[in-house]
Design a binder for this molecule. Structure first.
Ligand SMILES: Nc1nc2c(ncn2[C@@H]2O[C@H](COP(=O)(O)OP(=O)(O)OP(=O)(O)O)[C@@H](O)[C@H]2O)c(=O)[nH]1
Ligand SMILES: [Mg+2]
Length: 169
């Protein structure tokens, strides 16, 4: 088996508004204790970090703070990322912070996947999300639940597939 050191590293960053479920997403997906869990009173004020062994890659997975007060962290965490996951909180719908975040992510020339999270509570339509965020056709939009693990692997595999295709061109 290839050792972790021989694998290519991918930096993937999870964005989303306050409480969208970013920390839970990273914890559930990894299934292990985070190397960094930067929260106080369940509000992330710095970042979360975990390292994952994924087939050909070593994934460095970060989650950002959603609170507007800590948005100064977003550019720092985005530096050098190979791809992003953007979480929407289905129980809230599309908020002004979502609009701001999608603009922010789009400025980086990296692939991203939109996850409509908390699908176990409220089901938002893909069409609605796509229209409200004015997403280009090529952006994958996937229903997820950080609680039930619904489609978390699919989100990660979809994003890694796009990054790999792009790197091979
Ligand atoms: N039902 C349900 N609850 C969720 C899901 N994801 C997260 N939660 C809950 O939503 C709340 C916020 O989750 P966090 O993972 O802390 O959200 P966050 O996006 O990291 O929050 P900030 O980093 O502070 O912006 C917690 O009570 C979670 O248990 C989900 O998919 N379904
Ligand atoms: Mg968090």
């Amino acid at each position: 088996m290839e050792s972790e050191l021989q694998k290519d590293m991918l930096k993937i960053v999870v964005f989303g508004a306050l409480d969208a479920g970013k920390t839970t997403f990273v914890e559930t997906l990894s299934g292990k204790e985070l190397l960094m869990k930067g929260e106080v009173g369940r509000i992330t004020n710095s970042f979360d970090f975990v390292q994952l062994d994924h087939d050909d890659y070593l994934i460095q997975l970060f989650a950002t703070p959603g609170h507007r007060r800590f948005s100064f962290m977003w550019p720092t965490l985005a530096t050098g990322m190979h791809g992003a996951i953007f979480l929407i909180d289905s129980t809230v719908g599309i908020s002004p912070v979502d609009q701001e975040l999608i603009e922010f992510i789009s400025k980086y020339d990296v692939p991203y996947v939109v996850a409509i999270n908390k699908d176990d509570l409220v089901h938002l339509s893909v069409k609605d999300v796509k229209t409200k965020l004015e997403l280009p056709d090529e952006i994958p939009i996937i229903h997820t639940s950080s609680f039930t693990k619904q489609n978390l692997d699919l989100v990660m595999n979809t994003l890694i597939g796009i990054i790999t295709n792009r790197n091979n061109k």
